[in-house]
Ligand binder design. Structure first.
Ligand SMILES: [Zn+2]
Length: 81
């Protein structure tokens, strides 16, 4: 058996606990960013078949209409200079 001091064991337990809590904290921040909703006209899609307007997430270009279940494609507007 390897001789280990009790202070070394407590230091290791505290270190692992801090790492675990940090991991959970970063995971929570990442999850909040992925589920973050923000209102803007660029993220709004108007359904072609029922004209229902709804908001999509940041990284989605294709979505289904929540009313008629029609597939809607987000069209990027060109900037006018
Ligand atoms: Zn629709």
């Amino acid at each position: 058996m390897i001789p280990v001091q009790i202070s070394t064991v407590f230091t290791f337990i505290i270190f692992v606990s801090v790492l675990f809590v940090s991991f959970l904290w970063l995971k929570m921040i990442w999850r909040q960013k992925m589920q973050d909703w923000s209102l803007s006209k660029e993220k709004m899609i108007v359904c072609d078949s029922c004209n229902f307007a709804f908001i999509v997430k940041n990284d989605e270009n294709i979505s289904r209409c929540p009313v008629c279940n029609h597939i809607c494609i987000m069209r990027r507007k060109r900037r006018k200079f």
